[in-house]
Each structure stands twice: as C-alpha cells, then as structure tokens.
Design a protein around this ligand. Sequence first.
Ligand code: F6R
Length: 256
Amino acid sequence: MTKPRLTIVADPDAAARQAADVIGNLIKHHPNACLILPTGRTPVGLYHELVVRYQAGCLDFSAIRTFNLDEWVGIPPSSPSSYGYFMDQHLFRKVNLRPENCHVPNGLAADLELECAAYEDQIQAAGGVDLALLGIGQNGHIGFNEPGTPVHTCTHVATVAPLTKSTNAYTFGESPVPDQALTIGIATILASRAIVLLATGADKAEILGRALQGPVSPEVPASILQQHPNVLVISDVAAASGLRAPESKESHPPHP
Ligand code: F6R
C-alpha cells in the first residue's frame, strides 16, 4: 500500500503556499479540473493565497468546477454561519470561478435525501473529482464524516458530533449549532483521483498522528486515507508534532 506522502512546513502560511502550488499546478495542466473544497479555519490562508495568485494573473479558474464538502442543515447561504457564505467571502467572489461551476449542498432542501442524491449525481456527471482538498477535525472527521461513519457512504445527511459542534460554535455566535449537515461521503472522497489533507496547529497534532500512523478504523475517519494511492498531507510543524519518527528509522535502532 502506498502511504500518504507528508510535507512538513514551518507554519500555516507555508502550508497555504504549498497547497496553492499543488492547485496551481493542477489548474495549469487541467484547466477544467473538478475540485472538492473544504471550509473552516485551516483553508482560509490557502484561499487567500489563491486569490493573490489570481489577481497577479497567475491562475485562471474560468473552467474549474468545485464541489464543497459540506453544508449545515437549515442555514441559508445568506447567513454568515453558512459554508456557502464562507466560500463566497473567501474565494468564489474573488476569482473568476463561474457561479454555475461552484456547488455547495443545499441545506435548506425540502427533501434532504433527494438533495444528497442529486449532489452525488452532479459530482459523477462532472466526471468525478480530480483533487479533493480536506481539513481534519479534532476527532478525525473529514467533511462531516464523523467517527463511526461507514466507508461506503456517498453524499448523505450527517449527525454532527458534539465535539464538532463545540469547535464550530464560534461561527454561530449566540445561535445554536445545527445538529445535522449534508456532507460528501467517504466513498466519494476516496474515489477522488488525488487528495490533499491540510493540517495546521497544535490542536491537530494528536489526531494527525492517529490518522496517519494509527490503525485504519471508522473511529478515525481520516485514517481511511492510508488506503488511497495518491494522498499528500501538508502539515505545519505544530500539527506534525504528534507523529512518530518514520518506521524506517524505528526499525533500525542504533547499536549500543
Ligand atoms: C469543513 C470540513 C471540516 C473541516 C474540519 C477542520 O468544510 O470539511 O471537516 O475541515 O472540521 O476544521 P478547521 O479547519 O476549522 O479546523
């Protein structure tokens, strides 16, 4: 099995630049690539970097297609708490992505199951995903695939774990964090031709170690990435601080 490749950089800014290099390279060679995109604190620097490179004339998003990983149920895109709003603020409105090429699940749909099926169909109709960009939750979630999510899941309605609700409370102010979200599933993520996992900050150190070096288990959803043939993990030093030394070194202890 090919293990995820790991790049450790100094800080979140360097991680953002590294991830922007990967995306820039993809766009150069594949101008109509299809991307899965996350929200959250981690990719903010990356989106800023992409905007800067676009403004400098180095990137053209005019044929790029994007599918966001997830969206809260019951939160309209006009709300600053929604992921649609986040994407507009950080990327969509700031580069030449065409609105019709940017997809975010509709958490207001009358029939959420139908919305998930339609979203999944749109991803397949786009020809599948060239690059899935992921963050990681402190409990190992990817998208809203929380611990215990079966690996065969496609886009579905997810119950948000208590830890995830508390780490996202800052985006809701005084309002309650929804119990449910729509998320691209693990099977769809794994079907992506390439995956980049971004992890920054000491609060990701423990879970990154478990995801990359622990057993593959539904209890740590990101650990399934160990089974994908083309994963690049971009981590800053703080997030990488929970990783053990490479096995190659461990298996050859120095002679006393
Ligand atoms: C959000 C998403 C989540 C986040 C994760 C980390 O679209 O997919 O899985 O990537 O919760 O969030 P941050 O980056 O805020 O630590």
